[in-house]
Write a protein that binds this ligand. Structure first.
Ligand code: FNR
Length: 379
């Protein structure tokens, strides 16, 4: 479609190379918000390692395999999806665009791509659900210190039609992020990303005064309770008790942690280092993937994120054993640049490139990919 439009002289409004969106967004939206989205932990070495690890794998295309009819669909956590893609949970999206999470969720819904709503969204979960109609949505939990708030979030998410729970484990504390520290830019401190909390009865019950009477105290209450570095594996029983649907642990990098997840009755894991935003010097997510896939066996659904920018990145993650990938920063830039249409552009480009990469490499769909389709570049 993009090529055919090109015949009429109509060029796309945004670049089709998604790696160019960050710079463009930086020009249009300024360094504060885009710096926050682009930023990583420490010197940025983990985010660079994520890209380098994907680049080291090279695709070995196969010929003459009849790829004229193709199908990107997969089954993930028992649900049929049109493609092996979901939008990663990204909090505070109102710093990128006033329509924030609702615009991103609508774009995902229109393509049948699951939208994972962050606990730290700038829009309450019920409002995002309403914007999506019946479309597939999952809820990402920042596992609060306060059990009542956690239980209340799970109840609300269930009532609002979120089908899977994604529990992010890699953020018991916010990491050392020099870009934000140097600019003293942390959206939370301005009350951005607190919508689910400020609208929650259990959260409000913990405040001395209503949010509107003392917003600063409410923000500080949020900062003090949104995560909990004291949690351990047995605590997962609480989540299992309060959530009937699939539970997926996000931020798993070690094979033993994958085994523990399966032992604890979890349904899946996301191999992720939070896009390089948490542990500076962490193993690249793609380097961690094969060992986690092996440990998971057929006990867990393995998803992947951190560094996905192109169709061939998706191909590689699937060939290494991921069932589907989550896309992070590129859709946030698309949102910042063009709202819902920008997110739609990002999803379409990524899936079109994946489709072509599969076809040109001899695959009619993701189902036939194996690690034999890749070779490790030793250079
Ligand atoms: C994130 N991520 C994230 N993860 C999560 O579980 N809950 C959250 O609220 C957020 N918020 C968030 C904000 C911003 C600005 C970014 C960039 C990332 C991490 C996200 O879900 C995902 O793991 C990474 O973005 C994937 O890496 P890439 O695709 O950005 O390289």
């Amino acid at each position: 479609e993009i090529y055919l439009n090109g015949m009429t002289g109509a060029v796309p409004r945004l670049p089709t190379d998604l790696t160019r969106l960050e710079e463009l967004a930086g020009h249009r939206l300024g360094p504060g918000p885009v710096g926050y989205v682009a930023g990583s932990a420490g010197s940025g070495s983990t985010a660079r390692a994520n890209r380098a690890a994907l680049d080291r794998w090279r695709i070995v295309p196969r010929m003459l395999r009849d790829v004229h009819e193709r199908d990107l669909s997969v089954e993930v956590l028992g649900r049929p999806l049109p493609a092996p893609l979901a939008l990663a949970p990204i909090g505070v999206l109102s710093i990128m665009h006033p329509d924030a999470e609702c615009a991103a969720a609508r774009a995902a819904a229109a393509r049948g791509v699951p939208y994972i709503l962050s606990s730290a969204s700038s829009t309450p979960m019920e409002q995002v659900a309403e914007a999506m109609g019946e479309a597939e949505r999952w809820f990402q939990l920042y596992w609060a210190k306060d059990r009542d708030v956690t239980a209340s979030f799970l109840e609300r998410a269930k009532a609002a039609g979120y089908t899977a729970l994604i529990v992010t484990l890699d953020t018991p504390l916010l990491a050392w992020r020099p870009r934000d520290l140097d600019q003293a830019y942390l959206p939370f401190l301005h009350g951005v990303g607190t919508a689910n909390y400020f609208s929650d009865p259990a959260f409000r019950a913990g405040l001395a005064k209503p949010v509107h009477e003392d917003p600063n105290a409410a923000v500080m209450h949020f900062v003090g309770m949104f995560a909990d570095p004291a949690k351990t594996w047995p605590d997962l029983a609480f989540l299992r008790e309060h959530w009937d649907g699939p539970i997926v642990l996000k931020g798993i990098l070690h094979p033993d942690d994958a085994r523990r997840a399966a032992d604890a009755g979890m349904d899946g894991v996301v191999v992720s280092n939070h896009g390089g935003r948490q542990v500076a010097g962490s193993v690249a997510a793609a380097d961690a993937l094969p060992r986690v896939v092996e440990a998971a066996g057929d006990r867990l659904t393995v998803l992947f994120d951190s560094g996905i920018r192109t169709g061939d990145d998706v191909f590689k993650a699937l060939a290494l054993g991921a069932r589907a990938v989550l896309l992070g920063r590129p859709y946030a830039y698309g949102l910042g640049l063009e709202g819902q249409a920008g997110v739609d552009h990002v999803i379409r480009c990524l899936l079109a490139e994946l489709d072509l990469t599969l076809a040109l490499s001899g695959h009619a769909g993701p189902g036939s990919l194996t690690s034999d389709d890749l070779i490790r570049d030793s250079a």
